[in-house]
Design a protein around this ligand. Structure first.
Ligand code: SF4
Ligand code: FES
Length: 252
């Protein structure tokens, strides 16, 4: 038997036993992902680092799934050096698999602070700016969440115009029309669900009543915008052409 110490605990190891195996047998937790008892260790994930003294006497972090027990080896599984390397390793893995709940849960278990998962928003604020400055509905705002800054709805303010969804460069704001209802959502959160109005020309559902009201009340410079607001874009186009021809005819 070989006597070693892990976290101040004296442990007797068999020949060729790794530190990770010994730790597991003795209820000492070390994070690991690429180790499997039926396979040769590969040292890929780098999560299982522990602090030991190198042959020169310097304290170093080595992979516990690979290093074997040696007489009088002193192992630390939770030193500052180990924690720093562990955090680095977790974050490297998350760069490759940012949404992995296995990695994130393991990091949490070992109290390792890791980068927030991407939420698909690049914080360009186009959605908020257009809603505030052009539509003036002020239906969106940016808030701090545990996953970083995120755009969230301001209850009851959305008029369902869809301008934010059209401008969002990453497409995380979606506008879906189903039957007579328009749903605007960001990620999985519904911003608003609003009833749709029919086009007075072709009868197709095309805009929310709140948006129609907005257009009616708006001080648009083009006179047709007010006149034709109850028409869908294609009927509006045909009607504009008719109105234009008629105006030209009247001028003659
Ligand atoms: S939701 Fe889209 S438009 Fe709004 S800030 Fe994020 S990326 Fe930009
Ligand atoms: S368990 Fe992955 S490197 Fe040791």
């Amino acid at each position: 038997m070989i006597d070693i110490t892990i976290d101040d605990k004296k442990i007797s190891a068999k020949k060729d036993q790794t530190i990770l195996q010994l730790a597991q047998e003795n209820g000492i937790k070390i994070p690991h992902l690429c180790f499997h008892a039926a396979l040769k260790p590969s040292g890929s994930c780098k999560l299982c680092g522990v602090e030991v003294a190198s042959p020169s006497g310097k304290q170093v972090v080595m992979l516990s799934c690979i290093i074997k027990a040696k007489k009088n080896l002193i192992v630390k599984t939770n030193s500052a050096l180990v924690k720093a390397k562990r955090e680095e390793a977790f974050n490297k893995l998350l760069q490759m698999a940012p949404e992995s709940s296995t990695i994130r849960n393991l990091a949490k278990q070992f109290d390792v602070s890791v980068t927030s998962p991407p939420n698909g928003c690049i914080r360009c604020r186009l959605c908020i700016r257009v809603c505030n400055e052009v539509i003036k509905a002020k239906a969106l705002k940016m808030v701090k969440t545990e996953n970083g800054n995120m755009v969230v709805p301001q209850a009851g303010r959305c008029i369902g115009c869809g301008t934010c969804a059209n401008l969002c460069p990453t497409n995380i704001i979606k506008m879906v029309d189903e039957g007579s209802v328009r749903t605007v959502s960001i990620k999985e959160e519904v911003i608003e669900q609003l009833p749709l109005e029919r086009c007075e020309g072709c009868g197709k559902m095309f805009a929310t009543s709140d948006f129609q009201e907005f257009v009616k009340e708006s001080i648009a410079t083009h006179p047709d915008t007010k006149e034709l607001h109850m028409l869908c874009p294609s009927c509006k186009k045909s009607m504009s052409n008719i109105v234009k021809t008629e105006r030209e005819r009247m001028k003659k």
